[in-house]
Write a protein that binds this ligand. Structure first.
Ligand code: ADP
Ligand code: MG
Length: 206
């Protein structure tokens, strides 16, 4: 799990977000302002450009920190700073050589950074509802001595299930919370995109 793998993660995430851009935007149209798909699609294009241009990106932590800083700088809306913090904190916490256990620990720190910045916790109908279950699945996989591919598949599945589980929830954070009860019945766009990030990781590292 070194630098090339993390670059491949962002390449695959960018591809998946592009493929799902209109779906993410439709989800955000229902309970937000219809920009999540375009925000993230543009942000990930900027990330790939920054990774290609920066000579300093030689290790997994540097890839994550560069990606995070780019998302914070370049993506408007709530999700840019939140995803940016996720990846930047993950990069700061990650030690090389990367192992599954170290990655799981760094991912957890990234999720905590998102929760702090957004003041959101599980059940608030945000990206945390996909990220926190994924982090938990990773920790359990590490505890059980699972192989990397198995662990990442379990994390991706937990994120996907977490995203779907936002449908019946009422949003308590972000733009969707302004809708009150009318936010019920729709999947949270940020949880849906977080599930795509985990699916991308499972597909490149599995
Ligand atoms: P904006 O809401 O500013 O238009 P986006 O549409 O790009 O930004 O992203 C919306 C997503 O950001 C939401 O679906 C939710 O998952 C996430 N989000 C918004 N506010 C918060 C928060 N306070 N904590 C965690 N996630 C949040
Ligand atoms: Mg939006």
């Amino acid at each position: 799990m070194e630098a090339d793998l993390f670059v491949a993660w962002f390449e695959e995430a960018a591809r998946l977000v592009r493929e799902n851009r209109d779906r993410l935007t439709r989800l955000d149209a229902a309970i937000g302002d219809a920009d999540h798909g375009t925000n993230l699609d543009r942000g990930l294009s900027e990330v790939l450009k920054a990774l290609a241009e920066s000579a300093a990106v030689e290790s997994a932590p540097e890839v994550l920190i560069t990606a995070g800083a780019t998302l914070i700088r370049r993506v408007g809306g709530a999700s840019g700073p939140l995803y940016g913090s996720l990846f930047r904190q993950m990069g700061k916490a990650l030690e090389s050589p990367v192992t599954l256990a170290r990655f799981a620990g760094a991912f957890e720190e990234g999720v905590v950074a998102v929760e702090r910045l957004g003041k959101a916790s599980l059940g608030d109908k945000t990206m945390v509802d996909a990220l926190a279950p994924a982090s938990r699945a990773l920790a359990l996989a590490v505890r059980d001595g699972a192989e990397v591919g198995v662990a990442l598949d379990q994390a991706a599945r937990a994120a996907g299930e977490g995203a779907k589980a936002t449908i019946p929830l009422q949003a308590r954070k972000g733009r969707a919370s302004y809708l009150g009860e009318r936010s019920i019945g729709h999947e949270d766009p940020g949880a849906a995109s977080a599930a795509l990030f985990l699916a991308a990781l499972a597909s490149v590292a599995g």
